[in-house]
Design a binder for this molecule. Structure first.
Ligand code: PLP
Length: 420
């Protein structure tokens, strides 16, 4: 069941009418269902039952403290990609030992921050980074728990900006070099090699690339062990897709079967890093209609949310369902419209060619499946304030980030003395 459903003709988030949220918190605003996040986590954990796998939530999908804390309370760890996310994960209550630090470009300061915090794992993506991590760890008198992120050169059928597993992508160490670099890591002072990591992309709907990638990973583990290296842990990354318009999310049971078949018998501790799958369908972007207009070519619905609030449609050509907050009457005529925002770019659209009933100024619409890679990618482009966020639990709702008035950003600007 979706956490967002019509009751008495009005769209609700759990027990709260979206109208109420719009009136009390303003629009545009992201609305998350805490119960939906919890359900998604429990479903994931249930599917992996018996696999000795830890779920480290991919924080970059939605980094609000309330969202991370919801998952922390259920026992999740975190996968972070910057010092800022690491600080958020710790502040939200995730034990540093349950945090993995991923990313191709960790700075030495970030490495030191992670080691000082007592992080559970750093995923290294190049020999240069391995050397830097060793130096930083030695400087701190620490030993860095390190996994090598390998690139298996596997293609996934997703949008090109978020496929990560081919040699043309910047990520990981080519899998044929993994054994050599792993052994080098084992000899590097300050480094303690704990395992291998992989992350082949995001919004993956067809699971077969996982099978190829995990099988290749398993081969690497066997090779390393034959040569005398210990490999305790395998980090399988994230990437499981959700359904946007016209898409079918892969089954978690099928994913778990692939994990079991490929790496299940190696005796490794497993880590998985789902982001989108835990939060994507648990959020929507609530927006108010400003105007509608027609050109000889098209009809436009102009709303108060824009590409700076939700970048996915224009960045990834993602298709989010848009629904009216007041349920249309049976048989009410629908029209094909582009839902666009006030930003001065033709690329500023939230949906193109979607069927909606006639809506008027002041009506509310919900842009669905916006819980992942929505608020975190928001900007203040066009001098717009940073979009707010609200979480709902049962009949209660709370602002978890207020709308940020553009005056706050303006106040940070400085005039150089020659322009004063
Ligand atoms: C982005 C990312 C994730 C999460 O990806 P989803 O597609 O949201 O599941 C996990 N691990 C790494 C290394 C990532 O970069």
């Amino acid at each position: 069941m979706s956490a967002f459903a019509y009751r008495d003709g009005r769209l609700h988030a759990e027990g709260v009418a979206l109208e109420t949220i719009a009136e009390t918190c303003g629009t545009p605003v992201y609305v998350y269902s805490q119960t939906a996040i919890e359900d998604a986590y429990r479903e994931f954990a249930g599917a992996l039952d018996g696999l000795n796998a830890k779920i480290c939530y991919g924080v970059k999908a939605n980094a609000n403290l309330a969202v991370i804390r919801t998952l922390a309370r259920l026992g999740a760890g975190a996968d972070v990609v910057s010092g800022g996310e690491l600080a958020r994960a710790v502040a939200a209550g995730i034990r540093p030992a349950d945090i993995v630090f991923s990313g191709v470009g960790k700075t030495r300061d970030e490495m030191a921050q992670a080691l000082t915090a007592g992080i559970g794992q750093l995923n290294v993506e190049s020999e240069a980074e391995l050397a830097a991590l060793g130096e930083v760890a030695q400087g701190l008198g620490a030993s860095a728990p390190t996994a090598l992120r390998v690139n298996p050169d596997v293609a996934v059928d997703t949008t090109d900006k978020i496929a990560t597993g081919r040699y043309e992508h910047k990520f990981g160490i080519p899998i044929e070099d993994a054994a050599r670099v792993y052994r080098r890591g084992s000899r590097t002072p300050g480094i303690r090699m704990v395992g291998l990591a992989i992350h082949i992309g995001s919004q993956i709907l067809d699971l077969s690339p996982y099978r190829s990638a995990f099988a290749a990973l398993s081969e690497s583990v066997r090779g390393l062990r034959r040569a005398g290296s210990a490999v305790e842990r395998l980090d399988l990354g994230g990437g499981l897709g959700i359904s946007y318009i016209g898409e079918t999310a892969p089954g978690l049971g099928d994913f778990a079967d692939i994990v079991r078949d490929t790496v299940g018998s190696l005796g490794c501790e497993l880590v998985v890093e789902p982001g989108r799958r835990l939060v994507g369908n648990a959020g929507l972007l609530l927006s108010r209609v400003l105007y509608s207009k027609e050109t000889p070519e098209k009809r436009f619905l102009i709303v108060d949310a824009a590409m700076n609030d939700l970048l996915r449609p224009t960045l990834y050509r993602a298709e989010h369902e848009v629904v009216p907050v007041t349920a249309p009457a049976d048989g009410q005529e629908k029209r094909r419209v582009d839902v666009v925002g006030p930003v001065c770019e033709t690329g500023d659209y939230l949906a193109q060619g979607v069927e909606l009933p006639m809506l008027e100024e002041g009506d509310l619409v919900a842009i669905e499946s916006a819980g992942a890679y929505g608020a975190v990618m928001a900007s203040q482009y066009n001098g717009r304030g940073l979009v707010g966020e609200v979480i709902v639990r049962g009949d209660a709702h709370a602002v978890i980030r207020p709308f940020q008035d553009p005056a706050i950003l303006q106040a940070l600007d400085r005039l150089p003395r020659w322009l004063e």
